[in-house]
Design a protein around this ligand. Structure first.
Ligand SMILES: Cc1cc2nc3c(=O)[nH]c(=O)nc-3n(C[C@H](O)[C@H](O)[C@H](O)COP(=O)(O)O)c2cc1C
Length: 332
């Protein structure tokens, strides 16, 4: 007699299992954050993942209003949403759900079964493969098609990615970046904060390990301002690429306004761009100095036409693979 094999429950039916919840919390923890502060508290509560910003992990010198903190939490939200989709469930996401709690930045509630699209599966697979790549980028510039794809990725979260292609604008943005970096390097509060998070021997599961932070300066350092010990003045370096090394694609992630909610949204857009880039074999690093100093940020805003708010500058291209940075245990 033919025996029916018992069917495994369809993926996505019923509430997430314990290990699925763990996967969701782990995905959140893989988000990028400035100085790898991981400025979040992520927990499973009442059938949903909650992402709370942790003001104790804020960078008062580099990020006095918590803009970058909220962006990092927005990136974590995207990771959770995508992971929940690959677990076969709809997602119901809310940003800043409690008007009385400005640090409750988002909630993701997995819902009824829904098979993920191939693209969602690809993006989710990129979550653990995405790492900040500070190596020089080589090869041809990103194709128009790829650029358009990255622009659409930002638009999924109602933000705009503006590629800075005009040579004069690129030159000006690079000058602005060098100036902002120099000002930060001569600010004792910024340096003290840097020392606490970057290359600190006591940091095990957060901050930047020495290998990521203390390399010799290289010729195109203008686009990689925090990739060295800061011992060589910028003026001593050429900003021209080495032979065989191409100019990276430079793009500014921008938003239509500049509220706390928008910062979380901009973080979501940033992560959509970064995961799309990773899925397409493109590396990225961040150039935060020009948007961290308010007056310099105003200049960048003007350079882009005066309407959009710059949230982060990204350097995009193809480079050698990089190692992951450490993470705190998820859920803590
Ligand atoms: C908003 C934001 C700004 C950042 N700014 C810089 C930067 O200016 N320079 C840099 O080298 N890395 C920057 N980073 C990258 C972080 O250092 C990096 O995300 C963190 O060390 C974790 O490493 P991972 O991205 O490889 O996971 C920034 C990240 C975020 C989210």
């Amino acid at each position: 007699m033919h025996q029916e094999t018992p069917r495994a429950p369809a993926r996505g039916s019923g509430p997430p299992t314990g290990s699925e919840v763990e996967e969701l919390l782990h995905a959140a923890a893989l988000a990028p954050s400035s100085h790898n502060t991981q400025p979040w508290r992520v927990r499973w509560h009442d059938g949903a993942v909650e992402v709370h910003g942790d003001p104790e992990r804020m960078l008062p010198a580099a990020d006095p209003v918590g803009r970058e903190l909220r962006m990092a939490c927005g990136a974590a939200m995207v990771n959770v949403r995508l992971k929940a989709r690959t677990q076969g469930r709809r997602v119901h996401a809310q940003l800043m759900p409690d008007p009385d709690d400005p640090w409750f930045l988002g909630r993701v509630r997995p819902g009824a079964p829904l098979v993920p699209s191939d693209w969602e599966v690809e993006l989710a697979a990129a979550i653990p493969r995405r790492h900040t790549n500070r190596h020089p980028f080589t090869g041809p510039p990103l194709s128009v098609t790829l650029r358009a794809e990255l622009e659409r990725a930002a638009w999924r979260e109602r933000c705009r990615l503006i590629v800075v292609a005009d040579p004069r604008e690129r030159r000006r943005l690079r000058e602005i970046t060098v100036e902002a970096h120099q000002r930060q390097q001569s600010d004792p509060a910024f340096l003290a904060e840097w020392e606490r998070w970057v290359g600190h021997p006591d940091r095990v599961d957060d901050g930047l390990p020495p290998a990521h932070a203390r390399r010799a300066p290289r010729p195109d350092d203008a686009w990689r301002p925090r990739d060295f010990a800061g011992s060589v003045p910028d003026a001593d370096r050429s900003s021209a690429p080495e032979p065989g090394q191409d100019e990276p694609t430079i793009a500014v992630l921008t938003s239509y306004d500049d509220t706390a909610l928008t910062h979380v949204r901009a973080g979501q857009a940033m992560q959509q761009v970064l995961l799309t880039a990773t899925a397409r074999g493109v590396g990225a690093s961040f150039i935060a100095p020009p948007v961290e100093l308010p007056d310099v940020r105003t200049e960048v805003r003007a350079l882009l036409g005066g309407v959009m708010w710059p949230q982060v500058v990204l350097r995009l291209g193809r480079g050698r693979p990089v190692y992951p940075t450490p993470r705190r245990q998820s859920g803590h």
